[in-house]
Design a protein around this ligand. Sequence first.
Ligand SMILES: [Zn+2]
Length: 163
Amino acid sequence: MCVVDYVPRAHIIFLINQLINLLEKEGIRKFDFVLVSKTLHHLRTGKCVAKERDEEHKCREDEECCIYGFEEQKIFERLLKLGKRVIIYEYFEPDQNDYDKVRGRGGYFTTKEWKETFEYLSKKYKVEFIRPQQFHLDKKTLNEVDSTLKQVDCICFYVELAN
Ligand SMILES: [Zn+2]
């Protein structure tokens, strides 16, 4: 099992690549489990997408009004190279002080971003929710994900290659 817990954005991509290299070097195909804890939103790209929504947008040094993108296709493909089952645990405490929460870099996912991610994942992979409740992600439950996410600040699900 491999645990990636609360890794800051500056280190996460590097760490995942290092772990993949290590597996190759040791001749191990994959970890059985990879737990990505409070870290998925740190896997945003380094590119601000705020200009796409607002032409007037100017990137500020503190990134306060910046929005960095998230490429769920690339991220999950990479994570599933690391482990057979990728467990995502996301928790967000709005009052906690955390520099990674600056919107641009590590901003927590909006409901829209979650929705897009789950739409993509449900088409391509097997997705099982554990928290806030246990259910399999399919066309039917996908429609209910929005309202579920709005009620909680902690979610947990896992992703596997579909058979
Ligand atoms: Zn910007």
